[in-house]
Design a protein around this ligand. Structure first.
Ligand SMILES: *Cc1c(COP(=O)(O)O)cnc(C)c1O
Length: 376
């Protein structure tokens, strides 16, 4: 089945008696049917019907065998990283999600897991960071907020040479636009809070792999730590995934029109997006993803007008997050990257004038009118 058919029909086996995804099972425990015989459902931290459904669907969409759903993107990352031990070293992209940086740098470091953060857009930086105890590489492409591109196949090649586990955070692309497992990545993770749920109304996360040994470790951590998605959120996510393709396409279409508008506006200095000629990773992005997605950033020429710009928005909302129906606009240097030291922000180009837009699927004329007014 093609992608959008799979988002709707998911896993059909044994489900012919009802429309798949229309019921939710809230049970936390299940009666023992026969003394001394283990059964599929016993206690829902271990296995739960609605969570199993959403996990099967998510695995299917990422072209993976094993899917695991958690209570948030960070719960996913935290749980996946329990597979490493004291003395292990992990390489991560410098522009990975701030929460991922924090859990590795401030929490896992206390348990003896070392991490090095490098600019993965240049593969040479990854090679240089590899040490005898390096166990894994985590990348995010395109990155946030400047939409820099990392060569997934290149990362996989290096990882194979050194026997490292590769992890890709695919939140910005969704499995509709980019499927890292197909390119050789070992584990795909998502904040399902973003595009996968798509309506800014739930927190969830997912990990998908084809590797049985890794799957067992993630499953163990799910049961041991219990950072699980709830039955209700599992059901909401199943419901949302049926429109994933429609939503991603609609938002991307709006994004392409908005970018054209921003690029031609006098008040705008530069626009950042994976498929623009000005992005040095354009060709790589186009070789590994089928679209640029619906997040872009731009710099205002006059950085004394940033506050006024945000205060002038009427349709778009000034809020963090991305991937939902509503267009959200955020200010990386004071919101998403607020904790970063000023010199670091300056060095990385996360200036006061930088603004990130996560485009929703309102009517494009309303969005253009809103941004035109704010820019004026
Ligand atoms: C939001 C986000 C996360 C964290 O997910 P939560 O659901 O907020 O815990 C991780 N990675 C990326 C790329 C994100 O955008």
């Amino acid at each position: 089945m093609k992608f959008e058919t799979r988002t709707i029909h998911g896993i059909k086996e044994g489900k012919k008696e009802r429309l798949w995804g229309t019921s939710v099972d809230f049970a936390s425990t299940f009666p023992v049917k026969e003394f001394g015989v283990t059964q599929e459902f016993e206690y829902s931290r271990v296995s739960a019907p609605t969570r199993n459904d959403v996990e099967a669907l998510l695995a299917n969409l990422e072209n993976g065998k094993y899917g695991f759903a958690f209570s948030s993107g960070m719960a996913t990352t935290t749980s996946v990283f329990t597979m490493f031990e004291a003395g292990d070293h992990i390489i991560l992209g410098i522009d990975i999600y701030g929460g991922t940086y924090r859990i590795l740098h401030d929490v896992y470091s206390k348990f003896g897991v070392e991490s090095t953060f490098v600019d993965t857009t240049d593969l040479e930086n990854i090679r240089k960071a590899i040490k005898p105890n390096t166990k894994a590489i985590l990348i995010e492409t395109p990155s946030n907020p400047l939409l820099d591109v990392t060569d997934i196949r290149g990362v996989v090649e290096i990882a194979k040479e050194h026997n490292l586990i590769t992890i890709a955070d695919n939140t910005f692309m969704t499995p509709y636009l980019q499927r890292p497992l197909d390119l050789g990545i070992d584990i795909v993770i998502h904040s399902a809070t973003k595009f996968l749920s798509g309506h800014h109304d739930l927190l969830a996360g997912v990990a998908v792999t084809n590797n049985e040994e890794i799957a067992e470790k993630i499953k163990f951590s799910q049961v041991a730590a219990g950072a699980l998605i709830s039955p209700f959120d599992s059901w909401l996510l199943i419901r949302s995934l049926k429109t994933l393709k429609l939503r991603v396409e609609a938002a991307q279409k709006n994004t392409e029109k908005l970018i054209e508008f921003f690029q031609n506006h006098d008040a705008v200095d530069k626009v950042y997006y994976p498929t623009l000629d000005s992005n040095k990773g354009k060709a790589i992005h186009e070789s590994q993803a089928s679209g640029g997605g619906s997040v872009f950033s731009f710099k205002l020429k006059d950085d004394t007008k940033v506050k006024k710009f945000f205060e002038s928005l009427n349709v778009a909302i000034f809020a963090a997050s991305l991937g939902g129906a509503e267009t959200l606009v955020t200010h990386p240097s004071t919101i998403t990257h607020a904790e970063m030291p000023d010199e670091e922000k300056e060095a990385r180009g996360f200036t006061n004038s930088l603004i990130r837009i996560a485009v929703g699927f309102e009517n494009i004329d309303d969005l253009i009118a809103d941004f035109d007014n704010a820019l004026k």
